[in-house]
Design a protein around this ligand. Structure first.
Ligand code: WTA
Length: 662
């Protein structure tokens, strides 16, 4: 619209944006007094979230904080997540689309599941799972691409009270096995493949290989035939069932939703942390669902008549919370897309928005940086005027990308919510409310109402405006993880030990530490700058450098290695490996290939290093610890900080030279 240079310049200089009047008028939340009201009325304010759900048994306490950090929310209440996401919408919205699925091949028709359709298939699959012997609290693993059977399987599990553990389809066979072992999961739902950039990719071979690594007996495996004639011709083993046959065998079956205690586990999600071992984040039925229903309506402004599109993968938390549970709990239409944004052309998302009249679009900054690179002509070819709100999540967004998104996708007419949260928080924690607050590009905004998020220094005192510090959450919230699966001790160590008095039973003494660095402005807006632990964020995918490091070290001929994340123009961060070879190994191309393969086998192609540098030594402190910070600075091409504490300062120059000569 504003093609004129003076308007462009205006946008560049502008650092604060008001939400459009037209948006505010219709927003689910537009009264600024909500902040005060929630503060004064905490924790009872969260009854508002619980009220968005149907409870089969009313809860008798909003928050039980008698045993911190093992908080319980809506205690005494019971409900079922599948009933809340499906059954209760049938009467008014049975014929409306619940899931609008778009496959990657362009010739393929979309598959629309109305709430009736979803109800039917979830019931049938739930009946099948039950017949297989899946009982309450049995963990069912899913290793599936972006096909409708994934949310259907999740909801079928929720219906019978079986927690799901979804493993991102891009993760390797051994990552799958590791997660099934950790959760003692005896059931797997998977698919034979999926389409990616025009190819029919095999998935079952990897899933089968993963199953070989499971240490206990796996009783049943369900395989969805996604590829039909393009399938890679695997025979199903004796304990493997064809998804469609199972559903057909249970045609018309109904399964009463199991009443789950508010605190009963809804799902597990394995995520990366500081050590090599993934953490099994446990989310509950009442608190998690209430949190996602509330944030979906207050932040994403979802209404039942909307067509909402989140481009994340359901294999990550964003997809769980904001493709499946949040939107469906509100009875809206959620769009699911199988493929990549650049197939067959770089306008695929905009074509979807245009075709389906999408009203809200939620994506990651890494995608926005790619859109920018591809150019505005792609969105310009389409009518995006159905859009009312835009969102981002997963990593910091720089003001330039924010403004591009605002202008070229939102036509300067849609508020943008930059939402900070994590797998562990279950849902959004820091963001503007789009109908209330002004937006500041690059800064996520204030904590959502009723949420006590601060920026503190190493000793836990709040920093002054503009100074860098660490993010903390000083009050519990309903969507919080309850523990790490079967590992309460690690739960305390990882998230609470840093800033809490762990001997105290006073909730005031307990502070949650998300391991992010941040700064706060004098108006209370928080800018999250990134992780302060060994987690990297590659294209919005959360990976542990320690996990990658052990895969590098496992490769033949590697004596020692250090893996760090460094800035990357499109991916946000990229993985860099520094490797010392064993005697007799040369560190040539062949070894690089082997190391890449080892990382792909252990984690998946997303973790493949951007660069592998062979070096005779790694920079170490006098006490022998690898100085990863220096390696990060080298990878970023930055001036190096203090090297005087190194045992071997000369090595730094050697490595720099090698990086420079690449
Ligand atoms: C980062 C994804 C800046 C952060 C929902 C966090 C962000 C990690 C933002 C969690 C944001 C997420 N601004 N950084 N708006 N949102 N992050 O568990 O470092 O995959 O700790 O959850 O992503 O990643 P996770």
């Amino acid at each position: 619209m504003s093609q004129q240079p003076e308007l462009e310049a205006r946008l560049e200089d502008q650092n604060e944006f008001e939400p459009p009047e037209s948006f505010v008028e219709q927003a689910n939340v537009s009264d600024p007094s909500i902040y005060e009201e929630f503060d004064e009325n905490w924790p009872e304010c969260w009854e508002q979230a619980a009220d968005l759900l149907d409870w089969s048994e009313e809860y008798d306490q909003v928050l039980d904080d008698s045993n911190p950090p093992f908080y319980e929310w809506f205690t005494g209440g019971s409900l079922n997540a599948s009933q809340n996401c499906i059954d209760r919408h049938l009467e008014e919205r049975g014929d409306e689309a619940a899931i609008e699925w778009v496959g990657e091949p362009t010739g393929e028709e979309n598959r629309t599941y109305t709430y009736e359709d979803l109800h039917r298939e979830v019931n049938e699959f739930a009946a099948a799972l039950r017949e297989m012997g899946v009982g309450e609290d049995d963990v069912v693993t899913m290793h599936m691409p972006m096909i409708p059977e994934l949310p259907i399987a999740m909801l079928a599990c929720a219906r019978i009270g079986a927690p799901h553990s979804v493993v991102f389809a891009g993760f390797s066979a051994s990552a799958l096995a590791e997660r099934m072992n950790a959760a003692d999961s005896e059931y797997l739902v998977t698919a034979n493949g999926y389409y990616r950039r025009g190819d029919a990719l095999d998935h079952l071979e990897k899933a089968n290989e993963g199953l070989e690594g499971v240490e206990h007996e796996v009783s049943d495996v369900v395989v969805k035939d996604r590829l039909g004639d393009d399938a890679h011709g695997h025979d199903l083993a004796d304990n493997q069932h064809d998804y469609d046959e199972l559903v057909a065998e249970h045609a018309g079956a109904t399964v009463d939703p199991v009443e789950r205690d508010a605190e009963d586990m809804l799902f597990l999600m394995y995520t990366s942390g500081t050590t090599g071992e993934p953490k099994g984040v446990k989310h509950t039925t009442g608190g998690y669902l209430a949190w996602n229903a509330w944030t979906s309506q207050a932040v994403l402004d979802i209404k039942p008549d909307d067509t909402y599109f989140c481009s994340a993968d359901i294999g990550w938390i964003t997809g769980h919370s904001y493709i499946v549970y949040g939107p469906l709990s509100l009875g809206t239409t959620t769009v699911m897309y199988e493929g990549t944004p650049d197939h067959p052309e770089q306008d695929r998302f905009w074509e979807i928005v245009d075709d389906l009249d999408v009203t809200q679009f939620y994506t990651a900054p890494t995608a926005i940086r790619a859109f920018m690179k591809w150019g505005a002509e792609y969105p310009d070819e389409h009518d995006l005027s159905s859009l009312r709100l835009l969102g981002t999540v997963g990593e910091p967004i720089n003001p330039k990308a924010w403004k591009w998104y605002y202008k070229h996708i939102g036509d300067e007419n849609c508020p943008i919510v930059d939402t900070w949260w994590q797998t562990e928080t279950g849902g959004m924690m820091v963001t503007t409310l789009p109908g209330v607050n002004d937006m500041k590009p690059g800064s996520a905004g204030p904590p959502i109402p009723g949420n006590d998020v601060r920026v503190v220094d190493a000793s836990g005192d709040e920093v002054s405006a503009g100074e860098a510090g660490y993010l903390t959450v000083e009050k519990p919230w309903p969507g919080m993880l309850r523990t790490l699966y079967q590992n309460d001790e690690r739960f305390i160590q990882e998230y609470w030990a840093e800033y809490s008095d762990t001997d105290s039973d006073d909730p005031e003494d307990w502070v949650y530490f998300p391991e992010d660095g941040a700064k706060i402005d004098d108006d209370g807006y928080i800018t999250v700058v990134g992780r302060v632990d060994d987690v990297v964020n590659v294209s919005g995918h959360r990976l542990g450098t320690m996990e990658i490091e052990s895969a590098v070290v496992a490769s033949e001929g590697v004596a020692e290695a250090a893996v760090v994340g460094a800035d990357h123009e499109v991916k946000g961060e990229a993985v860099h490996a520094y490797v010392i070879t064993e005697d007799g190994y040369d560190g040539g191309r062949e070894m690089q290939d082997q190391i890449e393969q080892s990382v792909e086998d252990a984690i998946g192609p997303i973790a493949r290093p951007e660069s592998i540098v062979f070096t005779p030594e790694l920079p170490k402190t006098r006490s022998g610890k690898i100085m990863r910070r220096l390696l990060e600075e080298i990878a970023n091409g930055e001036d190096l900080g203090d090297t005087s504490t190194l045992r071997n300062p000369d090595v730094v120059e050697d490595i720099q030279q090698q990086v420079g000569s690449e």
